[in-house]
Design a protein around this ligand. Sequence first.
Ligand code: S5P
Length: 263
Amino acid sequence: RNRLSMSFMDRAQETKSLVAAKLFRIMAEKRTNLCLSMDTTNSMELLELASKVGAHICLLKIHIDIIKDFSKDFITNLVALAKEYNFLILEDRKFADIGHVVKLQYSQGVHEISSWADLVTVHPIPGPGIISGLKAALEELSQQDRGCFIVVEMSSQGNLNSADYKTAAVKLAMTHSDFVVGIVCQSSSLVPDPGLIQLTPGVKLDKGSDTLGQQYNSPEHVVLNGADVAVVGRGITEAQDIIGTVKEFQTRLWEAYEKRISP
Ligand code: S5P
């Protein structure tokens, strides 16, 4: 069946990943396919915003390496909010090294990402070893409910993701669909399997761009182009009325999804 016309609840049956099934169910229950990207450098600011918008998002995406005042307490509080408001945490680390090194980057260092992030992002450029490296880190933790998104196609102008690269990257995702929950891309044709989740960044209320190469499309445009979960960052965090804007994104994205699956 074509994933674009299937409901998230039905697609939860199609995945081999526990955490993908969990995300599909959260979306269906909370009626939201909005992922908020909080690219702030201050941990208190992040926690405050997360508690304000937690009820309206399915996924919170962060960049832990930009936080200036990182602490274990911050992680404890963040995980507590995720539990309270029922959203998952995506650490947008974009791993890109050999298996041996990503195993360490994922589980060690000050951040110990694998101990708290439900999901991470991965550039598939090193080949299958990068997936094996991440999985190896989890074996030592005996963690089962973890997964990754593979970055297949970037939103930025002039990205180097060639057609051959994208085809090979999707194949890698399909081969490892017990751990790979989905694909970061802009186009629906890249995600053939209803069990895989299309995560699409580069979303604002209107089409446009920033001064550093980012390109934006509207909520309706990205959902029609296959986005299951839409990533919105500055379109929300820089808005005057943050809660009002979060609600507007939630409504517009969900209505576009309902329209997409309606016969
Ligand atoms: O292709 C991509 C992939 C990602 S994960 N393009 C992106 O912009 N991202 C991330 O989405 C990026 O790292 C940033 O955190 C977010 C977009 O933020 P915004 O403020 O432009 O909406």
